[in-house]
Design a protein around this ligand. Structure first.
Ligand code: ADP
Length: 541
């Protein structure tokens, strides 16, 4: 027998409509490239999005058509999020930090017809001006600026909407229809498109506002520092209006002083970003004892491993709690969080701090499995490791233009490429990405463990462990180190930090000092490039 309950499609537009009706007092603050803020409300955003949807329809944009954006976190970008998905088209957020070849590839692959550009990132567009895809009909500047010379029509977002009334009813779409498209950052080769649906986006937002995840309420002032082109700013532009929270969009200025000003002046209670952002903020705060939060915000970190020293610094000095989360473009992105539960509720701060290096457990809606080489679940002993596989309501079933992909197993699990251990509490700890582990004589060495330990040396600014060729063991670890300014550590002193903390055969065979280490467009160590640079380096037998 079927239940007798109503059924409505889960639509992105319903989130904005809810906030605009029931949370009229929440504020939307948007900072521009000069740090000047403009203020609006959820009803204003709905009006703006409705006008933009009307303008797109007037231009002939059809459901399913891809509309690209190249821009920072701003009100204009927020209105695009809702206008494009709300009318049934697909919002394709492009990371302006990608290499020109990658931008060309993904605009082409997506077949975008319109490209909305923040004037602050015009150079990223001009770098590919001669190679725009044939599908592209117009470039629209998100804010007023001199119109660039391009081989397609160039418009301005305000002017585009000027004639529209805003009197628009959001259509009842199929909840399974595509709402947005985001490409992986290309750490693993050419970027591939992940095509989110209305349903997956709404369910992901519902899960993300839960108490053990972002814990968002109508009283929160949320500031996504993570860019709106990086997995939809981890879903915060959907989660905040769903909770009725206020939203602060920091624009292109993400230096610690600008961020701290927004935290204080706008009363930000919740923020999310990658480790680099919080590491820089902590260093900046520490440089002047008068820099203290009036009210400590809650922070979320993810994207790469976070040094426990940063979590500890924020908690110890500023009373700021950092929640460690793990995710991927393919998982919308939230996969797991490390918040307390019954088993560790009474651990003291120091013990939980050490534990917070782990990526945690899945929230309801995603499921994990970790199998060994013979297909059996690995032991929950923090030693055995295997590749993490996930499935759930907001996990990719394939890629745009590559519907069947080896990343999805025959029985429907997504292979993350992350190698993890499990502990007795069932929490994961990422030891490496499958392609980055160092295979010494057939045994695996975790590059992340070596890097994290090396970063514990006071003179080490950044470290990367990569495999180099060895005649006997095939691969052995090489540790590349960027020194902190004004210091001159010896290789021996760095190796001494690792001594006793890893098995003897895990110890790097060589430490080399370098000026910089290459980073990907999302600020992660670019291992593929490093391996290419050092491919001819061979250790003596
Ligand atoms: P890309 O796969 O192109 O780098 P993503 O932004 O989707 O782009 O990155 C997802 C990957 O980032 C994960 O598979 C994992 O390796 C890494 N990652 C994400 N969060 C964490 C975390 N908290 N700790 C360690 N690694 C993380």
């Amino acid at each position: 027998m079927l239940g007798l309950m109503q059924e409505h499609p889960l639509l992105v537009s319903s989130i904005l409509r809810h906030a605009a009706r029931h949370h009229r007092g929440a504020k939307i603050v948007s900072a521009d490239a000069e740090g000047v803020v403009s203020r609006s409300t959820w009803p204003d955003v709905e009006q703006g999005a409705a006008k933009l949807a009307q303008a797109l329809i007037r231009r002939g944009v059809k459901p399913g058509e891809r509309i690209a954006t190249l821009g920072w976190n701003s009100r204009e970008h927020l209105e695009l999020y809702y206008a494009v998905s709300g009318m049934g088209a697909v919002l394709h957020t492009v990371n302006p930090r990608l290499f020109p070849d990658q931008i060309v590839h993904i605009l082409e692959d997506a077949g975008d017809t319109h490209l909305f550009v923040d004037p602050a990132v015009l150079p990223a567009l001009m770098a590919v001006a001669g190679r725009l895809p044939k599908s592209l009909r117009a470039v629209v500047l998100m804010r007023p600026a001199p119109l660039p010379d391009l081989p397609v029509e160039v418009l301005e977002q305000g002017a585009l909407c000027a004639a529209e009334s805003g009197d628009y009813g959001w259509p009842e779409l199929d909840e399974r229809s595509a709402s947005s498209l985001c490409y992986t950052s290309g750490t693993t080769g050419m970027p591939k498109g992940v095509l989110y649906s209305h349903r997956s986006t709404v369910l992901h937002a519902m899960a993300s506002i839960q108490p053990d995840v972002f814990a968002l309420s109508a009283l929160d002032v949320a500031m996504p520092v993570v860019p709106m082109f990086h997995v939809n700013a981890w879903g915060i532009p959907y989660a905040a209006p769903m909770a009725g929270a206020s939203l602060v969009l920091p624009g292109p200025k993400l230096d610690p002083a600008s961020l701290f000003r927004l935290f204080e002046e706008e009363g930000v209670t919740f923020s999310a970003g990658v480790p680099t952002i919080w590491t820089l903020l902590l260093q900046w705060l520490g440089a002047d004892p008068s820099r203290k939060f009036a009210k400590p915000p809650r922070l979320v970190v993810g994207g790469t491993a976070l040094p426990v020293s940063v979590t500890g610094g924020f908690l110890g000095e500023y009373g700021v709690n950092i929640l460690h989360a793990w995710g991927m473009t393919e998982i919308s992105p939230l996969g797991s969080v490390n918040s307390r539960k019954a088993e560790n509720a009474d651990w003291d701060a120091a013990r939980f701090l050490d534990y917070s290096r782990k990526q945690g457990r899945p929230q309801f809606g995603v499921d994990f499995r970790v199998l060994d080489g013979s297909g059996k679940p690995i032991a929950q002993d923090e030693v055995a490791f295997g590749e993490l596989e996930v499935r759930g309501h907001w996990v990719a079933a394939g890629y745009f233009n590559h519907e069947s992909d080896p990343a999805v197993t025959e029985d429907g699990w997504f292979r993350t490429g992350d190698v993890v251990t499990l502990d007795a509490l069932g929490e994961i700890e990422i030891v490496d990405r499958a392609k980055d582990v160092i295979k010494s004589g057939g045994e695996w060495i975790s590059s992340i463990t070596l890097e994290n330990l090396a970063m514990g040396h006071p003179d080490v600014a950044l470290a990367a462990a990569i495999p180099v060729h060895h005649p006997k063991w095939d691969e052995r670890p090489l540790l590349l180190v960027v020194r902190r300014d004004g210091t001159d550590p010896t290789p021996e002193s760095i190796l001494a930090v690792l001594e006793g903390k890893v098995a003897k055969w895990w110890m790097p065979d060589r430490v080399e000092f370098v000026e910089t280490l290459p980073l990907t467009a999302t600020g992660k160590l670019w291992k593929a490039e490093l391996k290419r640079q050092w491919k001819d380096f061979s250790l003596p037998g």
